[in-house]
Design a protein around this ligand. Structure first.
Ligand code: HAM
Length: 419
């Protein structure tokens, strides 16, 4: 038997309706917030993520699906959506559009991580990115959109953690402080972090190794090094959230696993899903557009993990939509009328009624059994005698009650029964 690779999933009918449900919430929210959809390719040049997300990050250094194409150029399946959207923003000159440009996306991302509950190698994100304004009100809006998404989906008990990782100016002093702090404790660091200490000490705050984590818990934090501008920005974001009625806790140790953040950083946690409790995160990235070859355009955004959102909803016992039901089954009573089945089906479907028929040459009894298995409410039985009178028989599956309805009245009659 052929099997799928580890860490990926088939989404079958019965489950796919939950995805469609979330996607419906996303599209409606995006519309009301004025975000337009963007679709970028699932693979990009590897360099985009090296430059955008950062070569020292776990995502790029350890978790990327990279491969040479037939000409030997390195391509990577996208591990996240922000760098591709920024690339598209630059390549398509979206800085010439009225600013801010507000975009959203829904799609698969790929990370070669150890699969476990809530952690997949192919997973799906809903993300939003807003470009062209450094106003802290836009940070607030992005977070409001994120929290409205969870509320719309019916998730409860979430924690919004907030921090500011500061701009490159604040970071100069922070980096010095971090080097000093970690250098004197090098023997407790993992090998990777010992190597990263010189190049990118901020990454040490995000290492998952036990030894590094306990050191990081007491390390200097970015908040203590914010420049006046970043401090004012952070204060304004907090004020904005309070005015919006969004609860948050400041977590000075939150740094996020991507290098591009330049100020606000946030993460949303849900207790029910254990180790993988982050169901969304984001922040401000004011230098990324320029780093990707564009003009200096600020940006802010987030991404939600949709698998984790669904997992949390299930754990919380939230009611999720079921597979839609077929409404009617059209059955031929006798060989002479099989040609008529399609004609009736077509009428029904055109009228928006979910209808189907038998395709396995079953007899009348077999067709009725099939209708029962498909869970329809009504069967339309086409019999020669009834058709000669211009009628069809309609049987209610629950009561077995059967009536004759004029063919010309069928659609109107069925719609009346629905109401
Ligand atoms: P991220 O925190 O790396 O941020 O990912 C966002 C969300 O994707 C996580 O909170 C989590 O719910 C989900 N996720 C990540 N990895 C996995 C996985 N292996 N399996 C299942 N779900 C996963 C970003 O990706 C940034 N691009 C967010 C952003 C947008 N920042 C600014 N704009």
């Amino acid at each position: 038997m052929m099997k799928k690779p580890r860490g990926v999933a088939d989404i079958l009918p019965g489950e796919v309706e939950r995805w469609q449900y979330l996607e419906g919430i996303i599209r409606e929210l995006a519309r009301t917030y004025g975000y337009q959809e963007i679709r970028t390719p699932v693979f990009e040049f590897t360099e985009l993520f090296q430059r955008g997300v950062g070569e020292e990050t776990d995502i790029v250094a350890k978790e990327m699906y990279s491969f040479p194409d037939r000409r030997g150029r390195s391509l990577s399946l996208r591990p996240e959506g922000t760098a591709p959207v920024v690339r598209a923003f630059v390549e398509n000159n979206l800085h010439t559009w009225p600013q801010p440009v507000k975009l959203y996306y829904v799609g698969p991302m790929f990370r070669y991580d150890r699969p476990q509950a809530g952690r997949w190698r192919q997973f799906h994100q809903f993300g939003a990115e807003a470009f062209g304004s450094a106003d802290p009100a836009l940070d607030t809006e992005v977070i409001a959109l994120l929290m409205d998404f969870y509320a719309g989906a019916g998730l409860k008990g979430l924690t919004l953690e907030l921090n500011s990782v500061g701009c490159p100016e604040c970071r100069r002093e922070l980096v010095v402080a971090l080097r000093t702090y970690f250098s004197s404790r090098q023997e407790d660091l993992c090998r990777n972090c010992r190597e990263r200490l010189e190049r990118n000490p901020l990454r040490l705050l995000d290492c998952k190794e036990e030894g590094c984590r306990s050191l990081a818990a007491k390390a200097p934090v970015p908040l203590a090094f914010l420049c006046a501008r970043c401090a004012a920005h952070f204060a304004a974001v907090k004020e904005g959230l309070a005015a919006y009625g969004i609860n948050y806790t400041v977590n000075p140790h939150l740094v996020r696993g991507l290098d591009y953040y330049t100020g606000t950083a946030f993460e949303v946690l849900v207790p029910e899903i254990g180790a993988q409790s982050a169901i969304g995160g984001g922040g401000r990235y004011d230098n990324l557009v320029e780093a990707c070859g564009g003009p200096p355009v600020p940006g802010v955004g987030f991404a939600v993990g949709l698998e984790r959102t669904l997992l949390a909803l299930q754990q919380q016992g939230a009611g999720l939509p079921q597979a839609p039901q077929l409404e009617v089954f059209v059955v031929a009573a006798g060989e002479g009328v099989t040609g008529k089945v399609f004609e009736v089906l077509r009428l029904l479907r055109k009228a928006g009624i979910a209808a189907d028929r038998d395709y396995l040459g079953r007899g009348l009894k077999g067709q009725l059994k099939q209708a029962h298995r498909r869970g329809v409410q009504r069967v339309i039985i086409l019999g020669e005698e009834e058709l000669q009178r211009g009628n069809v028989a309609v049987r209610a599956m629950d009561t077995g009650e059967q009536v004759e309805v004029a063919e010309t009245e069928l659609i109107a009659w069925l719609k009346m029964q629905r109401a």
